[in-house]
Design a protein around this ligand. Sequence first.
Ligand code: GRF
Length: 194
Amino acid sequence: LRLGVMASGSGSNFEAIVAAIAAQRLHAQVRVMICNNPKARVFERADRWHIPAVLHNHRQVPSREALDTQIVQTLHDHQVECVIMAGWMRIVTPVLIHAFPNAILNIHPSLLPSFKGIHAVEQALAAGVKIAGCTVHRVVPAVDSGEILAQAAVPVMPEDTPETLQARIHLQEHRIYPQAIASIIPEFRPTPSA
Ligand code: GRF
């Protein structure tokens, strides 16, 4: 499966996916990594794994739609079939969503539908939940909605800070994201019926 990964920050999920491919736990290729933030650490990770990296700086385009138009072009240029949002911190528009019907995944650091949005880990702590986690879901126009493909739960410890809880969640993200991608490969490679 030909993947394009979109990331904005550290890129640890990007690297977990690339590592799962290298270990042959995921039968796919990352054709391109797209990032909107020129300073993001994900560029170093892409370099290290020799994955083509493309900057689409949102500060240099006039609208979300214009940004997504550029991104769709880059994804098509690299013959991407399935788009993986891995810590992509921009809201995407129908321009992107309709270009890859049913073929865009996102990971979110909560057990959706709880705690949508960018402060999910802080909100889980503030709510006093004893179980937190992460979710891989299909991307639809509403933020952090769409069909759930995989989830993992982690305990919340009394002494947790947002950082310690986030770290525990991250470990599970790195495990379930490659698995969730693997689970949709048959949608792209239907086995011929007899
Ligand atoms: C993850 O916690 C993910 O759930 C959220 O953004 C974070 C990305 O982390 N959407 P990384 O850049 O993959 O390390």
